[in-house]
Design a protein around this ligand. Structure first.
Ligand SMILES: *Cc1c(COP(=O)(O)O)cnc(C)c1O
Length: 468
């Protein structure tokens, strides 16, 4: 064995002790770690010939790289849709690394860790009150979950017109209908060879909504004249957390032949609360659903899952079958994730989720969801009461979308936000909503309290005074 490795192996207790202590220090101070930084590095470090050993590498990390870390997992990082890490999720994440299984199979001598993943999916179905007719698995993020779902949808589509796209490639245009696609779904259309421009954009409901206009959807379906299509719908748009009407879409599904995908990356967690569950009524009738865990479930990156109806298992296996593992018979016997999703070797991403669900239960996630919405409403209430700001849409759930009041301030919005973010106490992202430049604050972190909202409000007011 290499001597440095041998030394590290002997020293493992000391090494992990140091990391644990550093981790505790960071987590105990996450409230005061800045949410933005101007620190940088030159990225051309030379690789040394003989190794430093883990302790010296940690010292260099602390000196050069740790200053690049901002409080993204903290209570006031409201940019994008950014979750944090709960104690139980850290336990699961650390153990995933330590055991380091390659999660593929459920009954192979070489490892059956995929059983943990299947159990976790079953727990998630219970959390979200979805039926067992979905099969699910973990991927890195909602982008890959959308990709996995839409890849199976593509295979299904081919079958409707007598083609096997997985074997022969795409030979004809694929009909895609969507109203307010997340950018990642459009990226998936590009990655899947369907084409990022090749979708029909359905109108949204009138009156400042991002949800699909069902009448316009049905008109577009009728124009397809009986051809199959794939509908990409939204449970939670990023700007205004708007939801398509899944009860109405269910009715359309009884009349027309289409694959129904729901991007529920964060909005799916509305199902955790009796107050907001109505947003997802009817979603159980979808063919596939995308949900992110590194957002509202507050587990570390990278963690998301797809749910695809079991009835589509053949389309799924045709899409992802690994050519070295030909299937005989039922793909669910001798089940392996290898043949159900894009990756082959895989981290056991389910374990941090498993720990979180057992540790906090249904009530824990109901509380997180309801608290996030309450915090969003507190910020909204400040925005509506301050004449310098203007709400761009009502806060339906956890995302607050607002701008500087007055058309003449439109060109100042991005500068305002840059200065706000520079203070390092709160982080939000720029957006464009209905041709208007705005700011978006998304609440999904379990740590956020009204104290944090007050800190953000103080900085919003200060930034107004300084720059507007
Ligand atoms: C965040 C998000 C995505 C992309 O998720 P990643 O985890 O970043 O890949 C897709 N759809 C919606 C609605 C999202 O909010």
């Amino acid at each position: 064995m290499n001597p440095t490795l041998q030394q590290d192996l002997k020293d493992i207790e000391n090494i992990l002790e140091k990391v644990k202590k550093q981790g505790i220090d960071f987590l105990n101070n996450i409230d005061i770690v800045p949410t933005s930084t101007n620190n940088s590095i030159t990225t051309d470090r030379n690789l040394n010939n003989s190794g430093l050993g883990a302790v010296a590498a940690l010292e260099e990390f602390n000196q050069r790289l740790a200053p690049l870390m901002v409080s993204q997992a903290g209570p006031r990082y409201w940019g994008f849709v950014t979750g944090g890490v709960t104690p139980a999720s850290i336990v699961g994440d650390w153990l995933t690394t330590i055991y380091d299984p390659n999660a593929q199979a459920t009954n192979a001598q070489g490892g059956v860790s995929a059983l943990i993943e299947i159990e976790t999916i079953n727990l998630l179905l219970q959390l979200l009150d979805l039926p067992k007719s979905f099969l699910g698995g973990f991927v890195t993020g909602a982008t890959m979950s959308n990709f996995t779902s839409l890849a199976v949808a593509r295979q299904w589509y081919g079958k409707q017109i007598g083609q096997d796209f997985a074997k022969n490639g795409i030979s004809v245009p694929v009909n895609i209908l969507v109203a307010t696609p997340h950018s990642s779904s459009v990226k998936c259309l590009s990655m899947l060879g369907i084409g990022s421009q090749n979708f029909t954009r359905i109108k949204t409901i009138e009156g400042n909504r991002e949800a699909i206009d069902i009448a316009d959807l049905e008109q577009s379906i009728i124009r397809l004249n009986g051809q199959p299509f794939i509908l990409i719908s939204s449970a939670g748009t990023v700007n205004t957390a708007d939801f398509d009407d899944f009860v109405a879409i269910t009715k359309l599904k009884e009349k027309y032949n289409f694959w129904w995908h729901i991007d529920a990356a964060f909005g799916g967690f509305a199902a955790c609360s009796p107050k907001y569950k109505n947003f997802v009524n009817g979603w159980e009738n979808a063919d596939s659903i995308t949900v992110d865990c590194h957002k509202w479930l507050n587990v570390p990156y990278e963690s998301a899952f797809y749910l695809i109806k079991e009835e589509h298992k053949n389309d799924q296996v045709e899409t992802f079958q690994n050519s070295n593992a030909p299937y005989l018979g039922d793909p669910l016997e001798n089940f392996s994730y290898l043949n159900f999703l894009p990756e082959n070797s895989r981290r056991l991403k389910a374990l941090p989720v498993w720990f979180s669900l057992l540790a906090y239960g249904k009530q824990g996630f109901q509380d997180i969801v309801e608290n996030s919405v309450a915090m969003a409403l507190q910020l909204e209430s400040f925005i509506t009461q301050n004449k310098n700001f203007e709400l761009l849409a009502p806060t339906r759930l956890n995302n607050v979308c607002f701008t500087l009041a007055g058309d003449h301030n439109q060109e100042k919005v991005n500068l305002f936000l840059t200065h706000l973010n520079d203070k390092g106490n709160v982080f939000m992202t720029p957006t464009v909503y209905q041709n208007c430049k705005g700011v978006r604050a998304s609440f999904v972190n379990w740590r956020t309290t009204d104290k944090d909202v007050k800190i953000a409000i103080a900085d919003l007011e200060a930034t107004l005074l300084e720059y507007i």
